[in-house]
Design a protein around this ligand. Structure first.
Ligand code: ATP
Ligand code: MG
Length: 417
């Protein structure tokens, strides 16, 4: 039967079993980020649309095609956040978080929204765990983030991480490179998609990030920006590589990675596993904080795609036990119901997962439920038990049972669950 309401295209219900994997990915990222001094913040899921238009970039795919924008009742032009960084920068400036110490580190986790064509690994509401490092221009900051990303995936047990890095230089390097790239794009115009033809006029660098033409640029040997870097940017990139080598983090330089955002400078990086889309991506954005109205402040960050990370975890993780270890079965009587209700509370309060009581079901039906739920123990509470202040503890696997005093039950279960 078709139900009256369905979830909106591109959105997903994250059901209990899967949610455990989301929490594992997010919690691992959070713990490892905090170990490196990133402080967690939680920011609004919608902002003035202008923030993203200005910061993410007017001619990026995210802003041009993928942003959920709407007017509120007061005609304010708002947008559901498509990514985390612009909000972090806004909050940093608005709350004057920059005054105490020149270096600040933040991490966040939460939903992002992009109007993309839904398909495997591409959702309209998805989750990112990200971190931002403000105030350190040195490549140690870039290297720290790449290491952190590598450590998170190692700790999640995801092996075979492929880390690709590149440098897209500073605005000066890009001005030099732009003319080379334009010449190339113009002479190959007819082979490129309609979007790339528009990009020639509006933002030629964006073409390199095109989902359709990406391969062609490699095959046609398009000029690469890494060859047009100024001395400062080239030195920064070389120093980063040497730090990564020092830390024994495996990486490759992919000169065709430019990333889909306007604000990047110097380092950009992506991580994936063989055959997957990018699961985590980031880069340096030394110009963004000034562009948003702050002091000139170097910055670097990354965002981990939680859903795509979970796809990899799902493939390697056996589903966790669905059933709580203890199932309470009772006789349907007022005083027993109350006693069982309190017992369930005290078990849960002592970290023992519990199901029941279900007083609307007959004693027999409860026993059947306990059997089919696959719990490790059944606790039976009837007239006799209540009168003697005890419970009957049935071990479902061994089919043995014993009588345990109510005051001893928690210790008994803790030693056996
Ligand atoms: P792609 O090239 O796959 O579109 P992107 O460059 O747009 O990725 P970023 O903005 O760098 O992605 O976001 C960082 C990470 O967030 C990505 O590596 C990916 O894991 C995840 N991500 C981005 N867009 C989506 C989406 N629509 N659905 C699910 N995850 C996403
Ligand atoms: Mg994208």
């Amino acid at each position: 039967m078709k139900h009256r309401y369905q979830r909106v295209r591109g959105t997903y219900d994250i059901l209990p079993e899967d949610l455990l994997l989301y929490l594992k990915a997010e919690e691992t990222a959070r713990t490892m980020m905090k170990l490196r001094g990133y402080k967690e913040i939680r920011l609004p899921t919608f902002e003035e649309a202008g923030l993203f238009i200005h910061a993410t970039g007017e001619t990026t795919d995210i802003v041009e095609k993928e942003m959920y924008t709407f007017k509120d009742k007061k005609e304010r032009q708002l947008a559901l956040r498509p990514e985390g960084t612009p909000g972090v920068v806004r909050a940093y400036l608005e709350n004057a978080l920059n005054t105490a110490f020149p270096v600040s580190k933040f991490c966040y986790t939460g939903p992002m929204f992009r109007y993309e064509r839904p398909q495997g690994g591409r959702r309209r509401e998805f989750f990112q765990s990200g971190c931002e490092y403000f105030g350190n221009p040195h490549p140690v900051a870039d290297a720290e983030l790449i290491l952190l990303m590598n450590d998170i995936y190692a700790s999640l047990g995801i092996s075979g991480l492929i880390i690709e890095i590149n440098s897209i230089g500073c605005p000066e390097c890009r001005a030099n490179y732009r003319s080379q790239l334009l010449a190339f794009l113009n002479s190959n115009k007819t082979q490129l998609c309609a979007d790339c033809n528009t990009r020639i006029e509006k933002n030629p660098l964006r073409a390199l990030d095109c989902k359709l033409d990406r391969e062609k640029f490699v095959n046609l040997n398009a000029p690469v920006i890494s060859k047009a870097l100024c001395a400062d940017c080239a030195g920064h990139f070389a120093a980063l590589q040497s730090l990564l080598q020092e830390a024994k983090v495996p990486f490759t330089v992919n000169p065709y990675i430019v990333r889909g955002l306007d604000y990047y400078t110097k380092t950009v990086f992506e991580a994936k596993v063989q055959g997957s889309d990018a699961i985590c991506a980031g880069g340096r954005y030394d110009g963004l904080i000034k562009l948003a109205g702050g002091e000139e402040t170097p910055a670097v960050g990354f965002a981990m795609g939680v859903d795509r990370t979970v796809n990899l975890l799902r493939a390697k993780t056996a589903p966790e036990a669905k059933t709580p270890p203890v199932f309470i079965v009772i006789q349907q009587e007022e005083k027993i119901i109350k006693n069982a209700f309190l017992l369930a509370n005290s078990l849960a309060g002592n970290n023992i997962a519990v199901a029941g009581p279900y007083p609307d079901k007959s004693f027999k039906a409860q026993l059947r439920l306990a059997d089919s739920a696959g719990s490790k123990y059944t606790l039976i509470l009837g007239e006799n038990e209540i009168n003697s202040g005890s419970v009957t503890l049935k071990d479902m696997a061994g089919k043995t049972q014993e009588t345990v005093k109510q005051e001893d039950i928690i210790n008994r279960l803790k030693s056996g669950v």
